[in-house]
Write a protein that binds this ligand. Structure first.
Ligand code: GAL
Length: 676
């Protein structure tokens, strides 16, 4: 039953001709009298095509909550409306023919937590028309009655009120348009052309990659000098430690890491178009990953379909696409390379371990040492995955009670990185009487120690979704990076929120210790919930640029997780801008500081080792915006030389402030050097 108190005040009166006549002359009177009279009518929001609603969890439902229950706000029931979930965006084309939008909004009673808090907002043709403020569970429905006459595009937005989207069941109850013309149409957000911003690399050599590189003395050393430019190319190095050698034709350095110490090397590259130089400091000591790790991980492209063949293909494409020439290095296998007790794919079912307790890869991985050798021959590195629990998240064999054996196995197989994913370890932790924080750390202390005992460098990526504020202790247990949150694949419509949350932990980040907000998911990726086949990602081109910009400014590990076999030119362009990657790989290792600008705009400011600053201006709103930041906000003084990094273009000297037109859900990134 609809008990909406203010319903009676809603205006559904037919339009009378008389109203239109007052200010018109006799001619117009005649003309109008001939027009058919249209009565204003109600068009329920729920009657529109709700498949266009983009939201953080579940699907928008007509006349029901997001979980399919009757709509109810603070005990008040509603027959009509749309149940959605923060963060939600719904574009409706009104074409100027609707008069009013009316609704009662609030958090649905069906949510199970008091943490639920949302904001509702209506934006019309780029202007905010109405805002609810923060609404919580149990708060009575707020009436909305907004004139939308003349508005062409209306956007209905539900935000997470800044505390994440968990439990945020939001209702546009009794929502309707009062319309006297054409019926409103639900539409997708405006399509954007995939504009390539970065000029193609020239034919002359350009050496990219980190300026500083950590390794452990006496361990195998492998480094492919990331260099753009036409082949053939010849490389040489000055100051290379005697234990290392450089193959001049491939630019791959191999050998044994030198004794503890710092070694200043200069790499040179030459081809028929010119030459280039770049510093490379080798620090032989205890710290690996002195700059954020870069590579590819199979998860969001291939899920439980991963095979040896697909991993080899990724290694091939990392080189042929130019990704390796800007610094991508690790080719990483995620879950599902082991056997499971049960699986739809019979080739992934078999004994979990041999008689000696050694882990057995499934039949899609016939020869792990051959696979890592294939990757290493290209100068790239290999990554693998397991869980401290008895089973991985995908239900495959985990490392529980075989940790030492598995760590040794990964080393002998030739792996250079391990992602260690909590998954079923919860079952073990549950029975452990130790305090929570001790339990969170325990499996990682064990594996961190074991990896350090191996005769090769193996980078450890902790994956436990941020539990126990992992950023505070991830480095101390032997990790080089740690996921700060759950799977980003489930939250692709929240990249800004996820990035802002990740950046809150900036003080804990330093060279060798990186906050990891998860992989770059652009190009072709499989829907994370359905673990589907790779399809074009749901992000707009501007969102994809913003994604990469945020990750570079935060100095996050840069792992592409999409289909390498079908990389297109646009995706390669977003992944491979060397000036953005230089921001990511800067030796200071700083995560940018966030500077709020407007309600939906902010800047990120990252100090660079050379005294310059990398600055991103971001626009989270549904419409293009001019975003401006002053020198005070950015921590700058005097004249600055400004360079647009995506376009690789000098913008000249500026003082006082910098502003840019930033597309909907987009960002621009500039670098500023004290000038002139
Ligand atoms: C999740 C993890 C993902 C992926 C997946 C594999 O727990 O966060 O990144 O590794 O497991 O099952």
């Amino acid at each position: 039953m609809n008990t909406n108190a203010f319903r009676s005040s809603w205006n559904c009166r037919p339009r009378t001709v008389v109203r239109g006549l007052r200010a018109t002359g006799a001619l117009a009177l005649v003309a109008l009298a001939l027009l058919p009279v249209r009565a204003a009518e109600n068009v329920w929001l729920g009657s529109l095509d709700l498949s266009h609603v983009r939201q953080g969890w579940g699907q928008a439902q007509a006349d029901k909550t997001v979980t399919g229950k009757p709509l109810s706000i603070a005990g008040q029931k509603f027959e009509h409306g749309v149940g959605t979930h923060a963060s939600s965006t719904f574009w409706v084309e009104l074409g100027g023919s609707a008069d009013r939008f009316q609704a009662a909004v609030g958090v649905d009673d069906g949510t199970t937590s008091d943490k639920a808090s949302v904001t509702f907002k209506l934006a019309g043709d780029g202007r905010t028309l109405w805002e609810s403020g923060v609404m919580r569970r149990g708060q009575p429905a707020k009436p909305v009655d907004v004139e939308v006459k003349g508005i062409k595009s209306l956007v209905l937005l539900v935000g997470d009120a800044g505390d994440g989207t968990d439990f945020d069941h939001a209702d546009w109850a009794d929502a309707r348009f009062i319309v006297s013309g054409a019926k409103p149409q639900a539409v997708s957000a405006p399509a954007e052309p995939a504009v390539i911003l970065t000029p193609k690399p020239g034919p002359a050599p350009r050496i990219n990659g980190p300026l500083i590189y950590g390794c452990r003395p006496g361990h195998p050393f492998l480094y492919r000098i990331p260099t753009q430019g036409e082949r053939p190319m010849m490389w040489s190095a000055d100051g290379l430690p005697a234990t290392l050698k450089l193959d001049p034709a491939s630019g791959i350095v191999t050998g044994t890491a030198p004794d503890r110490g710092e070694y200043e090397v200069v790499f040179n590259a030459r081809n028929r178009h010119g030459s280039a130089k770049r510093m490379f400091k080798i620090v032989a000591g205890d710290t690996l990953a002195l700059t954020p790790t870069m590579g590819w991980n199979h998860w969001y492209a291939h899920y439980d379909r991963i095979t040896d063949k697909l991993v080899r293909e990724a290694a091939d494409v990392m080189v042929s696409s130019g990704m390796a020439d800007v610094g991508y290095q690790y080719v990483s296998i995620d879950d599902c390379w082991m056997n499971a007790e049960k699986n739809a794919d019979p080739l992934r079912v078999g004994p979990l371990r041999d008689a000696q307790g050694n882990i057995i890869p499934n039949r899609h991985f016939p020869d792990m040492p051959a696979l890592t050798a294939y990757i290493h021959a290209k100068g790239l590195k290999a990554g693998i995955y397991t869980s401290p629990g008895p089973r991985t998240c995908g239900g495959f064999a985990g490392a529980w009670q075989h940790e030492a054996q598995d760590a040794a196995r990964f080393a002998t197989w030739g792996f250079d990185l391990l992602k260690y994913d909590w998954c079923s370890y919860g079952e073990i932790a549950e029975k452990d009487p130790d305090p929570e924080l001790v339990k969170f750390k325990k499996p990682y202390i064990l594996m961190g120690g074991l990896l350090q005992q191996q005769p090769r460098d193996i980078v450890l990526n902790l994956c436990q979704y941020g539990m126990g504020e992992v950023w505070k202790w991830g480095a101390e247990v032997g990790g080089q990076s740690w996921r700060t949150a759950g799977d980003l694949g489930f939250e692709l419509n929240r990249i800004f929120e996820v990035a802002l949350k990740n950046a809150e932990h900036r003080d804990w980040q330093k060279p060798g210790a990186w906050n990891d907000p998860d992989y770059i998911q652009i190009g072709l990726i499989g829907n994370a919930r359905g673990m589907g086949e790779p399809m074009p990602c749901p992000l707009t081109p501007s969102e994809q640029y913003a994604f990469m910009s945020l990750w570079c400014l935060m100095a996050s590990p840069l792992f592409y997780s999409g289909d390498m076999g079908r990389l297109d030119e646009f995706t390669i362009n977003v992944l491979c801008n060397p000036e953005l990657i230089e921001v990511n790989q800067d030796p200071l290792g700083q995560c940018a500081r966030v500077v709020p600008l407007g309600a939906e705009t902010f800047a990120m400011v990252k100090d660079m080792a050379d005294g310059s600053k990398a600055i991103g201006l971001f626009n989270r709103s549904e419409f293009p915006a001019k975003v401006t930041a002053t020198w005070v906000q950015l921590g700058l003084k005097g004249s600055q030389r400004v360079r647009d990094l995506w376009r690789e273009k000098e913008l000249g000297n500026m003082s006082g402030e910098y502003g840019a037109d930033v597309p909907r859900h987009g960002g621009v990134v500039v670098r500023m050097w004290p000038g002139p």
